[in-house]
Write a protein that binds this ligand. Structure first.
Ligand SMILES: Cc1cc2nc3c(=O)[nH]c(=O)nc-3n(C[C@H](O)[C@H](O)[C@H](O)COP(=O)(O)OP(=O)(O)OC[C@H]3O[C@@H](n4cnc5c(N)ncnc54)[C@H](O)[C@@H]3O)c2cc1C
Length: 471
């Protein structure tokens, strides 16, 4: 993607120089301006060119985040929140320079309330940290993007993962947030009650706001009990259409599947080698059930019958934890496995989501498009939600390949929108998807801009993201 295609944000050299001085004095070693660390904080896992911030701050408390934001507000300098940098659409780039606020030192688990099944954490806690901490409580936090992302970043991108079909996304699992807003004031958006109809839902406004409205400094999250029994396995299919139809039937029959993931034949080829899996090189569904011993066995058998009706199988499933862990590790490593299909290439990862009844049609049309355009682009999907990802492997030094890949992504996004779906089920808009937002949401984009202008009139919070033109 050419830089000129991205939302431009004007640099405020004088303001930036002033803030660099203030933060160096205030934070000392916890404020870094070296080239490598600045690039690392812009360079997310994307083909979009790096636009580095001018400095990286490592606050340890909400009060320090407030000080940083106040300094930036006083001098009209961009502030870009940073979790672990695993976002895929140029989210942490700094097109107008400014200060990256790295939350990795805000990594305390503030409370766990087993009786209420909730916890409160700082934003730099990662999903794996949290689940390690919870291990002895019988509870877990189910949202699992493929990367070990920070919970602040996950809330900010409204992330989900393989478990969303059963447990929902960050939207359903955040009870309340504390955030530092553009004027440096903090807001706490709710209490710990499981539901509330008290006023505008600011929690859900901040979830998915990608750091453009405020910096999250604490999150209260719902937790789940670890199921008594878990079973799961892999089921091969003769075609991607058959696999998708089995997913649709499973969801429409109301089988309470916990995970149901599509892996197409090319992706399976990569995963077989990378993760040493012993399955056929054909489209497969990775499936998991949570419940009682009898319940998971019954669900697995019912799913096996649906698979058979669609020409798939055998569905080999197991309750043995080590075997299941191997399968899901392979699924989470799918991105890295794909990169081995074309050594030296960079991956353009894009995601769309459609109503479940259109899932097979959307995946098949996309596979046909990939073949017609001569791309190497494996597909994986959180199929139960109608959500899938395509990783286009391309030579980023070849402008023709970049143009072709972008054309493919545009067609994919417009296809999903035409099927009453969305241009992003979980990765977010960042810079890469700005061009599709109006096609999907029309006048809603103007309402979003009004909200942005009201809450961040100077446009300092992660400018150049989500909204077209106006930053
Ligand atoms: C291999 C791989 C697999 C992936 N699989 C999935 C998947 O299955 N599902 C999925 O949803 N995503 C997936 N992703 C994308 C990514 O992991 C998610 O978007 C994740 O939520 C980003 O979290 P992060 O900590 O890396 O955030 P970052 O990349 O650091 O930041 C992302 C955005 O959030 C903002 N932000 C970060 N922290 C805060 C904060 N404290 N307050 C306010 N704003 C903040 C940033 O400004 C930025 O706009 C995958 C990525 C990779 C590399």
């Amino acid at each position: 993607m050419a830089l000129s295609d991205l939302n431009p944000v004007e640099r405020n050299e004088e303001g930036i120089a002033a803030v660099l001085g203030i933060l160096k004095q205030r934070l000392g070693e916890r404020f870094q301006t070296g080239q490598a660390i600045r690039s690392q904080h812009a360079h997310t896992t994307t083909y979009i060119p790096t636009q580095a911030p001018d400095g990286v701050a490592f606050p340890e408390t909400t009060a320090e985040v407030q000080e940083i934001v106040r300094a930036c507000a006083a001098h009209r300098v961009p502030v870009i929140a940073f979790g672990v940098g695993s976002s895929l659409e140029g989210h942490t780039n700094a097109p107008g320079g400014g200060i990256s606020v790295d939350t990795s030192r805000m990594n305390r688990i503030l409370s766990v309330n087993p009786q209420d099944l909730d916890c409160t954490v700082e934003p730099g806690v990662t999903r794996e940290d949290l689940n390690r901490h919870l291990r002895d409580t019988g509870l877990f936090f189910p949202i699992d993007p493929g990367a070990n992302a920070s919970l602040g970043g996950m809330a900010a991108t409204r992330a989900s993962g393989t478990n969303a079909v059963r447990y929902g996304t960050m939207r359903e699992n955040v009870l309340s947030l504390t955030a530092v807003m553009a004027d440096g004031e903090t807001v706490t958006t709710g209490k710990r009650a499981k539901k509330s109809s008290a006023g505008y839902d600011l929690t859900r406004l901040l979830v998915g706001s990608e750091g453009t409205l405020g910096i999250i400094t604490a999150l209260t999250l719902k937790l789940q009990g670890i199921p008594q029994a878990i079973s799961g396995g892999v089921c091969p299919f003769p075609s991607v259409e058959a696999a998708c139809n089995a997913v649709i039937a499973t969801i429409q029959m109301g089988i309470p599947v916990a995970r149901i993931e599509l892996v197409n034949a090319l992706q399976m080829r990569a995963m077989k080698t990378y993760s040493k899996l012993d399955y056929p090189e054909s489209p497969c569904l990775f499936v998991e059930f949570h419940g009682s011993d009898a319940g998971v066995a019954e669900q697995a058998e019912t799913f096996g019958m649906i698979a058979q009706d669609n020409g798939g199988g055998p569905f080999l499933w197991t309750s043995v934890a080590e075997e299941r862990t191997k399968l899901w590790k392979a699924r989470h490593d799918a991105y890295w496995a794909s990169l081995t299909l074309r050594p030296g290439a960079k991956g353009l990862s894009t995601d769309v989501c459609v109503p479940i009844s259109r899932f097979a049609e959307c995946v098949m049309e996309t596979e046909a498009d990939i073949a017609e355009m001569g791309l190497i682009a494996p597909i994986v999907g959180h199929a139960g939600d109608g959500n899938f990802h395509v990783l286009v492997l391309m030579d980023v030094n070849d402008p023709k390949e970049i143009a072709l890949s972008e054309k493919f992504v545009a067609r994919l996004n417009m296809r999903a929108i035409a099927m009453e779906g969305t241009c992003t089920g979980e990765h977010g808009i960042g810079q890469g998807k700005i061009g599709f937002l109006r096609s999907e949401l029309g006048h809603s984009v103007d309402i979003m801009r009004t909200i942005k202008q009201a809450l961040d009139p100077q446009n300092i919070m992660n400018p150049g993201k989500i909204l077209p033109d106006a930053g």
